[in-house]
Design a protein around this ligand. Structure first.
Ligand SMILES: [Zn+2]
Ligand SMILES: [Zn+2]
Length: 388
């Protein structure tokens, strides 16, 4: 009985290894095995002893899944040493049944057949950029990313056949995808060489994907964008990456917020330039400001507002990703000068001009006599032909 050879601190008892009762049904054994094999598969697990644990799990399953071996084990408390549970004990058909074709391909296919396990991880995670309009930053919601990756072949609808219809079963393996190979007195299951383990007759393969059922192309991927997202942030979409060994990796989308023609963003604050008439600044006014959402809000222009002055609309900016409240909308007020005046307007502006000249003269009279520096300035302006 192998008790202390290896796996320190880990029970060698097959039932304990799988964590099932001694009276566990075949189904319970299967379920426990599936869970543990996924947890400790050396390609997936980060545990330092994953490989040793994985081996024990498979040995335990090889014995407990076989009624005859299990009975012997129950009676004598041990079984013959299992040197390789994938020879004779655990077989491919059983594993496909337990894990499904895709997971089987990823985790176990390479354990069968003499070629040995393909080393090295397959790169499945991919990156792409996502352009987000500013209005979506405010509301959050669905956006579409264009991603170059494999997708179900359009020509054959993913079947891989020239006809575009589901393929017939492989004649060589009758659709099981397996070939049984006799090695000495051990029968091993290997991927069927005629169909590369797919179980399908692909002798008349699709010309676009050569039978793979997948082709590289531009696909649209829908993504939920959180409100307040910023350029340079990355959104991760699990299971939207590249397909390899039956499993899709993750897609990483790098966000780029599109510039807006009216609003400029600064963190959660928005900046807007608003051009008003001279009289609105001089007399004060209440004006409508249309927001990013399309709704509009009243902005009070105080009397005597200067061009370039910034007025703040609290909470009318963008939501922030952090828990704090929304940013502000900062409105820079500018004024416009009419290009063509009506006769009446001209008359009024001329009147305004003489009024302000009078006012300037009044304040000049009130002012104390210019000091030496001021006299110098006035002389310089006169000498240069300007007016003060
Ligand atoms: Zn076949
Ligand atoms: Zn195709």
């Amino acid at each position: 009985m192998r008790v202390t050879e290896r796996g320190e601190g880990v029970s060698q008892d097959h039932y304990e290894v799988l964590g099932v009762e001694r009276g566990a049904s075949a189904d319970e054994v299967k379920k426990a095995y599936r869970k543990l094999a996924l947890k400790y598969h050396p390609d997936r697990s980060q545990e330092p002893d994953a490989e040793a644990r994985f081996k024990l799990i498979n040995e335990a399953y090889a014995v407990l899944s076989d009624p005859e071996k299990r009975q012997r084990y129950d009676r004598y408390g041990h079984s013959e040493a299992v040197t390789n549970p994938f020879q004779g004990g655990v077989n491919a058909a059983d594993l496909k049944d337990i894990f499904g074709q895709d997971l089987f391909n990823e985790l176990f296919a390479s354990l069968f057949g003499g070629a040995g396990r393909a080393r090295g991880r397959v790169k499945r995670d991919i990156e792409a950029s996502l352009s987000v309009p500013l209005s979506l930053v405010q509301t959050g919601g669905e956006a579409t990313a264009l991603v170059h990756r494999s997708a179900s072949c359009e020509r054959c609808h993913g079947h891989g056949t020239k006809s575009g219809r589901p393929p017939k079963a492989c004649a060589s393996c009758r659709g099981t995808g397996q070939a049984r190979v006799q090695r000495g007195f051990i029968v091993m299951a290997q991927p069927c060489p005629a169909c590369q383990g797919r179980g399908a007759d692909l002798s008349q393969a699709c010309l676009d994907c050569r039978g793979a059922g997948q082709s590289q192309r531009e696909v649209e991927v829908k993504v939920e964008v959180p409100a307040g997202v910023e350029s340079g942030q990355t959104l991760r979409l699990a299971g939207e990456g590249e397909l390899a060994r039956g499993q899709r990796g993750d897609l990483y989308l790098h966000v780029q917020v599109e510039p807006h023609e009216r609003f400029e963003r600064e963190g959660a604050d928005l900046h807007l330039e608003l051009t008003l008439d001279f009289h609105e600044l001089a007399l004060g006014a209440s004006v409508d400001v249309s927001l990013l959402s399309g709704r509009s809000v009243k902005l009070k222009i105080p009397e005597g507002t200067q061009p370039g002055q910034v007025l703040r609309l609290r909470g009318k900016g963008l939501p922030s990703l952090e828990a704090r409240g929304p940013g502000d909308l900062l409105v820079t007020v500018e004024t416009r000068v009419p290009k063509a005046l009506t006769a009446a307007e001209r008359e009024l502006i001329v009147a305004l001009k003489s009024l302000s000249e009078e006012r300037a003269a009044d304040s000049a009279e009130d002012a104390p006599a210019p000091g030496p520096l001021e006299r110098l300035r006035l002389w310089a302006i006169e000498a240069l032909g300007g007016s003060p």
